[in-house]
Write a protein that binds this ligand. Sequence first.
Ligand code: PEP
Ligand code: MG
Length: 577
Amino acid sequence: MTQEEARIKGVGASPGIAIGRAYLIDRRKVKTPKRHITASEVEGEQRRFDDALRRSHEQLERVKQKLAERASGDDPFQILEAHQLILRDEHLVEPTLRSIAEEHVNAEWALRKTVEHIKGIFDSVDDQYFRERRSDVDFVGDRVLRNLLGMEQPLAPPPDAIVVAHELSPADIAQLQRAAIAGFLTDVGGKTSHTAILARAVELPAVVGLEDITHRVGNGDLIIIDGTEGEAILHPSAPLVAQYRGRARQHAAREEEQLKTRDLESITRDGHRVRLMANVELNEEVPSALEHGAEGVGLYRTEFLFLGRTSIPTEEDHYQLARRVLDLVGHRPVTFRTFDLGGEKAAAALGQHAPREANPALGLRSVRLCLRERGLFKAQLRGLLRASVHGEVKIMFPMISGVGELREVLAVLDEVKRDLSIEGVAFRPDVPVGIMIEMPSAAMTADLLAPHVSFFAVGTNDLIQYSLAIDRVNEHVGYLYEPLHPAILRQLRFVVQSAHAAGVPVCVCGEMAGEALFLPVLLGLGVDELSMNSLAIPVVKAAIRAADYLASCELAAHVVDLPTASDVESAVRAARD
Ligand code: PEP
Ligand code: MG
């Protein structure tokens, strides 16, 4: 009997098309046994827990090594390292050992209690990115539990399989990629989960968040994954398979074509150069960024260092992270943005229950938090400064509201530099320091800010949010999110003019930079550099190479006087077509 074709919508976690036979993997949580132990059993139980931690660590090490064999150079994966860090984290280890000793319970139960407690802290956070971090603790807890129960087994799907599972951990993805599967589907998961990030890094097509896919699919079923559209097609007909094979070929050809532009110059027809950089959250993304033609990293969102951790990153963590990125990019520049954490995100990372803020976007976030938590801030600055002797490091401060706050931040930087000098620690004293222009107050005082810095980077995501008074993650006001609003364009014009008058270059690093449609406007306003997600680089480069700088200047001068965003958009489209 032939089964009926079914299309199921999920979340496209990693783009591309894969066609193959289903291979179901049972990665559902194992049951945690509870047992009371006697005082004489405590030591043995604690030893069993330590053994399970050690075995888990070794397994992750093996996965990392296998990945490194495949990746260029020694490029150990940050996510897997973060999981190894969790295995050593005092918030995981100490309470579990204590619970075994004081409550006289078995290691499995003590571990479960600890993991639930840590997850509870993450749950109290009102931020999707940080909520998804709880799954890192879950993955690690699950691995240790399976080791305690002797249930941890390597995954072994056949090559070209479509793996279907309730949930997969980043370590699972690393193993599956080694097994040369075609792609994967999961019941749960989101776009910013580490599983999704790793899938993109190793270029495995994937759709997640399909809810009950594990119940709808049988082993050996034919499946199409459309990771670009976020769709799984079960039991496709032969003509549909043929159609998707055609699309897969087109996709591959397009990718190949775009990658060929890697070494082409990012220059307009009339010879004006605009530097193209990548926005990066994790080191894993760097090789792909370079492959897509990035000339460096224009925005490294260092708050991702808090990934899956329950303790604050140390100076050494910052130093090591920066060194690894610098090794990966070679001689190219990397702009490290200091922590851009919201009050609540920080609370999770610090393992505290902070009071809820009524308006977190207007609250104690970013440099405001850093100025209050000086220890956290100084550790980061020390690590970055130490790394500055190993490559082209730039330091950037987010969410600067005006000159007063900038002075305060620069005073901390000076203090840190002085300390390092006294201690005889090497660093580059002239490391370029810039700020993000992402608040209207900063945009309006750009002329006062410019003389104090080496560069500006306009964060349009926040600049739009704060200028137009719309919450950037609130879908109800999404229709008001207009990058081409005259208020935004006029601020951009003033920022660029003020910066250039002081000899300061301007980068745009919000999502707006990665939209080819907006390119002539940004170009015409005089923006010097664009930083974006890597996949957008070849597309924007093509737009730059097709553009004329002088015509773009005329267009920009014209559109800043138009009354609405849609008028601007029409003018931009008319100029393009
Ligand atoms: C921005 O606000 O445009 C930006 C690039 O920073 P983030 O998206 O990390 O807030
Ligand atoms: Mg921002």
